[in-house]
Design a binder for this molecule. Structure first.
Ligand SMILES: O=C(O)CCC(=O)C(=O)O
Ligand SMILES: [Mn+2]
Length: 204
C-alpha cells in the first residue's frame, strides 16, 4: 500500500506524486458518528442505478449513485445526464464542513454507494468540461475501507498508486490530477461491508 508523505500540519498528508496535487485529511469532523451518517445516507438518499453504454453495449453501473446540488448544477458523464436533487440538510451541513476544511467552495455532490465487494468504479478522470480546467474535487469516504487506485495517463515509468480510504477520510484532488491521472475503485476479492463516497464538486 502506498504511504503518503506527512505534511507539517498534523491532520493532513500530501501525496508525493508527479503531475498531481492530492491531500488526504484523516477523520474529519462530520458532526456525528461515521456509522450513523453512513446509515442515514444509505436510507435517505434517492439512490439510482444508472446504465452506461460502452463500445455500443449498455450495462447497469456496478454501484448506486445520486447527484445533489444547486438548481443550475447540471452534469453529464459517460452519456448520463444528471439534474440535481436539491440539497438535504445533512448534505448541505457536510458541504459546509468540507468547505471549511479545504478552503474551496462547491455547488454539487456526486454520491456513490458501494453495496458490497462486487461494487466498483472503473478507471476514469473527472475531466468533463463542466468542471473547468484543474477541477477541485473533495471526496469523503464513509463505511468500509476500500482501495483508491491512481494510474498516470501518459507515463508508463510511474507505478500505480494504491491508497486505502478509511471511514471519515477526505481526499482533496486538484491541480493537474485529473489531466494527468486516472483513478478508480476495484472490486474486492472477499465480502465486505457497505461504503458511501461523496465527491463535492464545482460545476460551471
Ligand atoms: O469512491 C471513490 O472513492 C471514488 C469516486 C469517484 O471517483 C467519483 O465519484 O468520480
Ligand atoms: Mn472520480
Amino acid at each position: 500500500m502506498y504511504q503518503p508523505q506527512l505534511d507539517i500540519e498534523q491532520d493532513k498528508r500530501q501525496l508525493v506524486m508527479a503531475d498531481a496535487d492530492i491531500w488526504l485529511f484523516h477523520q474529519i469532523d462530520t458532526g456525528c458518528r461515521y456509522d450513523e451518517l453512513l446509515s442515514l445516507l444509505i436510507d435517505n438518499i434517492c439512490w439510482r442505478q444508472e446504465s452506461i453504454t460502452l463500445y455500443g453495449k449498455t450495462h447497469p453501473q456496478p454501484r448506486l449513485s445520486a447527484w445533489y446540488g444547486d438548481n443550475d448544477a447540471h452534469y453529464s458523464y459517460s452519456g448520463i445526464q444528471l439534474k440535481p436533487v436539491p440539497w438535504t440538510s445533512t448534505l448541505s451541513d457536510l458541504k459546509a464542513r468540507v468547505e471549511n476544511i479545504t478552503g474551496y467552495s462547491f455547488n454539487s455532490v456526486l454520491l456513490n454507494y458501494y453495496r458490497n465487494h462486487h461494487d466498483r468504479m472503473g478507471m476514469h478522470s473527472d475531466d468533463e468540461k463542466e468542471l473547468g480546467r484543474q477541477p477541485v474535487i473533495a471526496s469523503l469516504s464513509l463505511g468500509e475501507e476500500r482501495v483508491f487506485v491512481l494510474r498516470h495517463k501518459f507515463r508508463k515509468d510511474l507505478k500505480t498508486i494504491k491508497l486505502a480510504l478509511p471511514s471519515g477520510s477526505l481526499l482533496l484532488m486538484k491541480g493537474d490530477t485529473q489531466a494527468c491521472w486516472k483513478h478508480g475503485i476495484n472490486r474486492e476479492k472477499y465480502p465486505c461491508g457497505a461504503r458511501v463516497n461523496l465527491t463535492f464538486r464545482r460545476v460551471r
